[in-house]
Design a protein around this ligand. Structure first.
Ligand code: SAM
Length: 289
């Protein structure tokens, strides 16, 4: 998706409404807590006397940035409308208007930790652009840096429509003309209530794992509540305790999530989705009459 389209979707009004539409929605809160915990772990893994240098890519309204006041934070986003809100929420943080595909956006080795949550990676024009993105993240990290991306999956897309996703295979078969067939990802369109079209590209998680494996010495796909998937890459091999701690934290959050909610998570989610829609409608639509 080109810069002009991102500016059209994520305009000033979208920036104002964004946190209410998404971050205040319960499923998103569970997810943001998981993101925070993973990033907390990655920060804790950085051993140095100065504050952790952390870049949040496609930082949007800076919701996550505001949760880490002690680190040296930098936000990057393509949308001026979102950046206005990010700066409001994080007046002391450096927020840069720029594109994660621009290799020169940062010097090599600038950061200890890089994150990209909230599916900024789905706004690419081709699957090849993920190669550029991951290569950039790798280059912007210092020699012991780590990177965390929340992956968009077929499951998430279907579940938000209240449906069960069909299984998306990765490795389909061998020996087609002496080669292999793999399903790299898929494309979907989201027509939002406001009429915007998002044409989104979603990787097959295994394809992303392969892509990360090209650059990072240690790579993990991590499941977190309620049913999300993230990928974590370390530039150097780590003590196994590092990833074990993250997985244990995710399990704990998951347990807390299932214990706190009744068994029918889907039912309660759709009810909460309904409530958040009512809240959004009352706050923005009714107030415009
Ligand atoms: C759904 S929002 C996620 C915001 C935030 N990370 C969150 O979780 O709330 C996606 C963001 O990706 C940004 N974005 C899309 N493509 C980008 C690119 N190539 N470089 C930088 N930011 C981009 C958009 O401007 C938008 O703010």
């Amino acid at each position: 998706m080109n810069t002009k389209d991102i500016h059209l979707i994520y305009d000033a009004q979208y920036g104002i409404e964004y946190n209410n539409r998404f971050h205040d929605y319960d499923e998103w809160i569970i997810r943001t807590d998981a993101h925070t915990k993973i990033i907390e772990n990655l920060h804790a893994n950085v051993v140095k006397d100065t504050p952790v240098r952390w870049l949040d890519v496609a930082c949007g309204t800076g919701y996550l940035l505001s949760r880490f006041p002690d680190s040296e934070r930098v936000g990057l986003d393509l949308s001026p409308g979102m950046i206005v809100q990010a700066r409001k929420q994080n007046p002391t943080v450096t927020i840069i208007e720029g594109n994660y595909l621009n290799t020169n956006a940062f010097e090599k080795g600038s950061f200890d930790v890089i994150s990209e949550t909230g599916w900024g990676h789905t706004y690419v024009d081709s699957f090849e652009q993920w190669d550029v993105m991951v290569k950039n993240f790798h280059g912007w990290l210092n020699e012991n840096g780590s990177c965390f991306i929340t992956l968009a999956t077929l499951n998430n897309v279907y579940r938000w429509a209240g449906k069960k996703a069909p299984k998306l295979p990765y490795f389909v078969g061998q020996d087609f003309g002496g080669g292999q067939i793999r399903i790299s990802g898929f494309e979907w369109t989201w027509k939002e209530g406001g009429g915007y079209f998002h044409r989104m590209r979603v990787p097959n998680p295994k394809e992303f794992k392969e892509l990360f494996d090209r650059y990072f010495d240690e790579v993990h796909l991590v499941q977190y509540p309620p049913d999300f998937l993230g990928i974590i890459g370390f530039k150097q091999k780590q003590d196994p305790a590092v990833i074990e701690q993250i997985i244990a934290d995710m399990k704990k959050l998951n347990k807390e999530t299932t214990e706190a909610k009744p068994e029918s998570v889907d039912k309660s989610l759709s009810f909460r989705k309904f409530l958040s829609k009512v809240k959004y409608f009352v706050k923005y639509k009714v107030s415009q009459w």
